[in-house]
Structures are given as C-alpha cells and as structure tokens.
Design a protein around this ligand. Structure first.
Ligand code: OSB
Ligand code: MG
Length: 375
C-alpha cells in the first residue's frame, strides 16, 4: 500500500430534526447536532462523526467544545504530521488532556480512510468476526406510561432483541412494573444516566424483582467505588457507561466488582483502538460488552456497526435502524434492521456506507476546510 498523505480536511457542523424527541434523566432533545469530519487523501475520503451533544450533560464535551478542540488543536496537528496510523492516534494526542469525543472523531475518520485505502471493510481491519449484529433499542422517557408501552410494542414487532428504557426518580418502579405486566419476560433493561445516589438503595433492591438484564449507570457519572457497594447489595447486574473512560477504568471496575457488564462507546473512550482494548480486557475476564449509542447519524452508526463485529459484543447493543431517528440519514443506504432484529454487516470498503453528500450539504450549518501549510 502506498503511503497515505492527508491533503484536505473538512469539518462540518450539522443539524437535523429527530423524528421524535429523546428524553433522558438529564433532559429532552428535539434535534440532532453533530460534527462530521472528512479526511481526504489522494482522492479517497475517510469519514468520522463527533458524538458530543447539545450541552455538557452526558459528559463535559458538547459539539461546540469539540469544534474548538478539533479546529484549534487536533486537526492542525494532524495536517502537520500528514498521517497517523489510527492504532497509535490516541497516543499521539495524549498531551491534549481529555476531549475523547473530539479525538475519537479524528481516529474514526483515520480508520475509515485506512480501510478504504486498503479496499477492505473496516470491520475486518478492526478484527471483527460477526457478520450479523443483534440489535436493541433505547427508548427515552415519554409523556405517559401508555405512550412508552406503545413504543415498546412497535419495537418488539420490528424484531428488536433488547428493550432499554430510560429511568429517573419518579419514572422507575411503576414504569417497569407496567412493562413486565404487559409484555412478560422480554429482554429488558433500564438506564439511569446517573440519576440516583446510594441513599436510593431501597429502589434498586425493589427493582431486583423485575429480573432486568442489567441496570445501566445508576450512580454518579464518574464513580466506580460506590457502584461496587451497590452491586454487592443487589442481584441485578450493573452495567457501567459514563464511568468507563478507558481500559484502566474498566480494569478498576472489574477488580472492585462495580459492574458485571460494560457498555462501550468509542466516543466516550477516545476511539475504536481504546474501545477494542476494553473489549479484549472484558473478554479475558469473562465479562460481556455491548455497543452503546449516542443517537448517531449514519456515519457514526456505521462505525458502531463495525465495532460491534468484535466477538465479545455478545449482548444486543443500542445500535438500531436509521429510521428510528431520522427521516433521511447522512449515509446511503440507511441502516436497516431485519425481521430477526439484526443488522447485516456490509462487505464494502471502509465503513461500508457512502456519505449522502447532497443531504449533508443541506443540513450543514457551518463548515471549515483545512489544508496543509503552504498549500
Ligand atoms: O446513556 O446510552 C446513553 C443517548 C444519548 C446520550 C446517552 C445515551 C443515549 C442512548 C441512546 O441511550 C442510544 C441510541 O443511540 O439509540
Ligand atoms: Mg447509558
């Protein structure tokens, strides 16, 4: 393979409406705002999507801080070097503290560019083995329990293999009770996005009777220690999301007994290379993982599919069809889920989907082009 040299970089800020609002314990979103990164090298483009949100709620990053960090530090540094192997990208940006979602944007575009340049599908480059990805859905907090039950009904009919509902104090036990009452023993889990404290122990003990597959991130977003104490007091497995920022966190959480399952998001952990390290570490210790989602548009969704092909992604994740969120997606074709609740993995090069440039232009709010110095 000839050496890759990045000769042009385009950073776009996009905004598109969500088909339905998405509500978590930290608030409600009506639109999806994201950054798309295109790295061009010798006529080939690699694409990445930044998953930071509208504000510093899930984590401190938001799409504006990511824009700032990308355009001021990460992209100028990348253009100066010309090319960094995605495997060692995270290490090359270690002097820049934090901002994993901004860094993962660059790393994922590098992975796509590398795979496309080698004319290989990204999932094979990452070492994946699965060709069909079992999918689950994440359903936000609704205005009424009735509306939630209707949404669950629709997703079960579409074949999805796991139902995740968002919970918060006041939207928990009664809601789970109503779901079990109506749908019986479906594969069900709950995500609290850090809305509880150890003083809510009674609520979690009461939740054990619902036989949930797991409860995701019940306590502080940055806690590993108190989750261990909670896990000792309940039967339901705890799954950590927000708290696991890298493989060292995962290792500490497993040593402490803070969780029995980990949700892996490449944005949260700074890229697919670190995501794979967490995957491997969990696999070696007999801990299953699944791929989380951040309401990604197609570019990010396609990256999640590639990551989900790794063997230890053995629980259906939050990667679902484009049509659940968007009328038209940023890629062609859109991501679809078959009647068995699975995504068929593409054998096309790179992320396996083509960016829909016409639509991307239409939803672009702001864009900046970067070229190497002196060009
Ligand atoms: O905690 O998993 C989460 C969306 C935004 C921020 C955090 C989370 C989520 C989801 C959505 O649950 C999953 C999806 O992309 O469908
Ligand atoms: Mg979560």
């Amino acid at each position: 393979m000839a050496a890759i040299r990045i000769d042009r970089v385009i950073l776009r800020s996009i905004r598109l409406p969500l088909l339905h609002f998405f509500e978590t314990s930290f608030g409600r979103s009506y639109d999806k705002e994201a950054l798309l990164l295109e790295l061009q090298a010798d006529g080939v483009s690699g694409w990445g999507e930044c998953v930071s949100g509208e504000g510093p709620f899930y984590s401190y990053e938001d799409f504006k801080t990511s824009w700032y960090v990308l355009s001021t530090f990460l992209l100028p540094q990348l253009l100066e070097t010309g090319w960094v192997d995605p495997e060692s990208y995270a290490q090359s940006v270690e002097p820049i503290r934090g901002h994993p979602m901004a860094k993962a944007t660059v790393e994922s575009a590098l992975w796509d560019l590398k795979a496309r340049s080698e004319e290989r599908p990204l999932w094979k480059v990452l070492g994946g083995t699965r060709t069909r990805i079992p999918c689950g859905v994440s359903i936000g907090i609704q205005d009424s329990v009735q509306e939630l039950l209707e949404k669950i009904q629709i997703e079960l009919e579409r074949g999805y293999r796991k139902i995740k509902v968002k919970i918060k104090p006041g939207w928990d036990l009664d809601v789970l009770d109503a779901i079990r009452d109506r749908f019986g023993s479906i594969p069900l889990m709950a995500d609290a996005n850090s809305a509880y404290r150890l003083t809510d122990l009674e609520t979690f003990v009461a939740m054990d009777r619902f036989e949930l597959m797991m409860i995701e991130q019940p306590l502080y977003h940055d806690d590993i220690f108190e989750h261990a104490s909670l896990q000792r007091s309940i039967r339901t497995p705890i799954c950590l999301d927000e708290s696991i920022e890298h493989a060292r966190d995962a290792s500490a959480a497993l040593d402490l007994g803070s969780c029995r399952i980990i949700n892996i998001k490449m944005g949260r952990v700074g890229g697919a290379a670190e995501a794979r390290r967490i995957h491997d570490l969990c696999q070696a210790r007999g801990i299953p993982v699944w791929c989380g989602g951040m309401l990604e548009t197609g570019i990010g969704r396609a990256h999640n599919i590639a990551l989900s092909t790794l063997e230890n992604f053995s629980i259906p994740g939050d990667v679902s069809a484009s049509r659940r969120y968007f009328e038209r997606d940023t890629i062609q074709p859109a991501v679809t889920v078959d009647a068995d609740g699975c995504i068929e993995v593409s054998d096309k090069p790179g992320i396996g989907f083509e960016p829909d440039l016409e639509f991307i232009d239409f939803i672009t709010v702001k864009q900046r082009v970067f070229s190497p110095m002196g060009k």
